[in-house]
Design a protein around this ligand. Structure first.
Ligand SMILES: [Zn+2]
Length: 456
C-alpha cells in the first residue's frame, strides 16, 4: 500500500476481493462530491444493494457521511453522500526556476479536493536549491508547518502528495535535463539516478507520501474531481517554459512503462536542421516553440499585459507560429490516442494578448493545425481551453498533488478488488531494492515507521 493509514488499511484489508465495487463508488463520490446511492448505482450499473453494501463499509470506517434526506419529491427520499470532514490531504508543488527547485506551494484539501484554508508559499534557500538532502529537509519543515495550521486542527491528515516538474518513477524524481533539477549542478549529479523524494520524505515526516510529475498529477485531479464523464482524455499544460501532458485511459491515469508517458513537449513538429533546441537538447520540439518563454526569445521582452501595446505583424507571426507548433503536437496526440477531449491549461499571459489579437492568433493557429494535422475523424476531439495566471496555476498544481493521496487509496482498493488493469509499478520493489540490503527492516516498515498520529 502506498497510503499506510489505519483507515485505509481497514478499507483495503476488509474489502471483498472479487466483484466488489468500492473503488468505483469512491471514484463516483469524488466525481460528484455529493451523490445519492441510487445515482451511484445507475452510473456504475450496479444493483442498489451492492452499492449500499459498499457505502456502509465507507461509512463504518468514517470516510463518507450522509446528509439528512431531502424529501421535496414523493417516494423514498434520496440520501446524499459526502466525504467526511474528518480528514485532509496535503499537497506540495515544487516550482522550478532556471533549472533548479526554487519555491514550494502548499495547500490542504478535504477528500473532496477542495482547499481547506489558503495556499502557502515558501522560497527555498540556496542550499535546498543545490542539494537533494537539504531540499527534502526544507520540504519536510514546510509540511510540518502546513500540518500544524489551525484550520486543520479538526482533521486528520491521511497523507501528503508532492508534485514536481520532472519525470517521477516509484517516488524517485529522475534527474534528467528535462526534470530541470540536473542541469549542470554537480551536487545534483552526485545524487546518481535520482532523488528518492517519497522514501526520504516519509522517513522525515512519518506520514504517507505520494510523488508524481506535475501534469500527471493534473490528470489525476481531472479524473477524480473534474466532474467529466469522459473516460479517455488528455490534459496538456503549457507552462512558462515547458509543455507536458497527462493521459487518462479508461478512467485511469496512464503513466507508461517507466512513468515517462505524456512528454508532449517533446513531440517533434519541425524537422529542419536549424530547428530550435528544447531543454533536452533535441531539435524542433513543441516545447521549443509554443511556450511564452519561446515567444519571448523570438520577440525580446514581453510585458505582463499587452493592453497598452499595439501588436505588429512580427508579433502576430510569432504568436501564430507558437500556436501552430502546439496544434501539431495536439494533432499527434489525437492521432495516437483518439481521446474524447483534450483539457488544455494555458498561461493567462497568452489571453492578455488576445485583446490585441496576438493571443487570438495563437489560439486560431493552434486550432488550424489541429484540423490540418489530425485525420478527419480526429476533429471530434473537443479541445477545452482554460487560462490560468501563474499564481492560480501553482495553486491548482498543489491541489492536484493532494489529489495523489486519494488516487493512491483508490488504487490500493482496486488492486485488492482485482480489477486494476495494469500492475502498478510503484508498488513493486525495484531491482535495486531487491538486490541491496534494506537500510532498516523492510521497505514497507520504513514507509510506515511511526505511522500517523491519532490512528483510531
Ligand atoms: Zn524536446
Amino acid at each position: 500500500m502506498i497510503i499506510e493509514h489505519q483507515v485505509v488499511r481497514n478499507l483495503v484489508r476488509t474489502s471483498p476481493v472479487a466483484g466488489s465495487s468500492l473503488a468505483g463508488v469512491l471514484r463516483q463520490i469524488a466525481r460528484c462530491r455529493r451523490v445519492a446511492r441510487r445515482d451511484i448505482a445507475r452510473a456504475l450499473e450496479l444493483s442498489p444493494a451492492t452499492v449500499s453494501k459498499a457505502v456502509a463499509r465507507l461509512q463504518d470506517i468514517g470516510l463518507v457521511r450522509s446528509e439528512p434526506p431531502r424529501s421535496e419529491r414523493p417516494g423514498r427520499p434520496a440520501v446524499p453522500l459526502l466525504w467526511s470532514d474528518d480528514y485532509a490531504c496535503l499537497g506540495v508543488s515544487v516550482i522550478d526556476r532556471n533549472g533548479l527547485p526554487s519555491r514550494l506551494v502548499g495547500v490542504a484539501t478535504g477528500l473532496d479536493g477542495r482547499a481547506v484554508g489558503p495556499a502557502v508559499r515558501h522560497r527555498l534557500d540556496d542550499g535546498a536549491r543545490r542539494d537533494g538532502k537539504q531540499l527534502l529537509a526544507q520540504i519536510s519543515t514546510f509540511i510540518d508547518s502546513l500540518t500544524s495550521r489551525a484550520d486543520l486542527a479538526q482533521r486528520e491528515v491521511l497523507g501528503v502528495g508532492v508534485q514536481v516538474g520532472g519525470p517521477v518513477q516509484d517516488g524517485v524524481v529522475r534527474l534528467s535535463p528535462n526534470s530541470g533539477w540536473a542541469t549542470g549542478e554537480s551536487l545534483w549529479r552526485a545524487q546518481g539516478r535520482g532523488l528518492d523524494v517519497r522514501q526520504g520524505l516519509q522517513r522525515m515526516i512519518r506520514r504517507p507520501v505520494a510523488v508524481d510529475n506535475n501534469v500527471t498529477a493534473l490528470a489525476v485531479y481531472e479524473s477524480l474531481y473534474g466532474g467529466t464523464s469522459a473516460s479517455n482524455f488528455v490534459v496538456v499544460a503549457v507552462f512558462y517554459d515547458r509543455v507536458g501532458a497527462g493521459i487518462v485511459l479508461n478512467g485511469r491515469v496512464w503513466r507508461g512503462h517507466t512513468s515517462m508517458a505524456g512528454e508532449a513537449g517533446h513531440i517533434r513538429v519541425h524537422s529542419e536542421r536549424t530547428a530550435r533546441e528544447c531543454h533536452s537538447g533535441h531539435r524542433g520540439c513543441v516545447e521549443a516553440y509554443s511556450t511564452p518563454a519561446s515567444i519571448m526569445s523570438e520577440l525580446g521582452e514581453l510585458p505582463e499585459t499587452a493592453i497598452s501595446r499595439i501588436m505588429g505583424e512580427e508579433e502576430r507571426e510569432a504568436f501564430s507560429a507558437a500556436g501552430e507548433a502546439l496544434g501539431y503536437g495536439l494533432a499527434s496526440i489525437i492521432n495516437w490516442l483518439n481521446p474524447e477531449k483534450i483539457i488544455l491549461y494555458l498561461p493567462e499571459l497568452l489571453r492578455s494578448y488576445a485583446w490585441d489579437k496576438a493571443g487570438r492568433s495563437y489560439i486560431d493557429a493552434m486550432r488550424n493545425a489541429v484540423r490540418k494535422g489530425s485525420l478527419p475523424d480526429g476533429a471530434d476531439t473537443v479541445i477545452e481551453e482554460q487560462f490560468f495566471s501563474a499564481d492560480h496555476m501553482e495553486e491548482i498544481c498543489a491541489r492536484a498533488a493532494a489529489g495523489l493521496v486519494l488516487e493512491a487509496i483508490v488504487q490500493d482498493v482496486e488492486l485488492q478488488e482485482g480489477h486494476a488493469e495494469e500492475p502498478d509499478r510503484r508498488r513493486r520493489p525495484r531491482r535495486r531494492d531487491r538486490d541491496q540490503p534494506q537500510e532498516q527492516g523492510s521497505q514497507d516498515s520504513s514507509r510506515t515507521s511511526g505511522g500517523t498520529t491519532g490512528v483510531p
